[in-house]
Unconditional design. Sequence first.
Length: 273
Amino acid sequence: MKAILFEEHDSFLHRLNPLTKLAFAALIMIGLTVIVDPISSLIAVLATTLTIWLLGGVRLRSLLRILAPVALLSFGVIWTTALFYVADPTSHPRVFWTLGPLVVTDQGLAYGLVIVLRMLGFFAASLLFVLTTDPTDFVQALMQKLRVGYRFGYGAHAAYGFVPLLDGELATIRAAHRVRGVREGGSLKARYRYFVGLLVPLLAGAVRRAERVALAMDARGFGAYPARTFYRRSTFGREDVAFVVGSGAILGGCLAVLSYLGWLGRLVPPFLG
């Protein structure tokens, strides 16, 4: 997986203000936390994934490849939750399987499914923001709209820019070790020595690079004034309004339909019970 997941395109989501996408992702996560039923969680996951695909210009194959590890890990969550979930006896749960103290009920399976869909929803909402947001635009929005100090904003952006550089430098160090015949496996002591052999030059290179960046910023007078002007302006446009209204109408309509059918907030929907 790439160190920086941002994919540069000219799509609808890419043209939105980063704070609009951040607020949308936060609302999705809050909704998944508050509402505990599998149908609502499934709708949130599908809606977010389709939004990234259709409005973000991200290929569906690439998106599914990123989501695949979380989906595979979720199978363990389903069976562990189903085995150890304590069902409410007053709600008359349906028992599927019993082995000693372990009981698998419809409520346990449904709650496991809710946890899995919640994990996928959190990850999908994060991808909607990360895949379609330029880090530079995000820093500019924080400083101009949320009044975050530019010293902190540009400092964090500079540190974030080191991530792909460190990733490439680590690959170079590992290649140099292979040329010299240093093996990666072996005993625990050998693995520790190999790890130290990677970590020391990596940290040394990071310190040298940070020192050069600090000197360059100091030479340009960074931090000399309490305020500064910006070359790139962060604004909210009609596309942001359209996205907020459209997403609110779709998600609100889905919740209204689920509430009308009696499925909203119900752990085991009637057609599954």
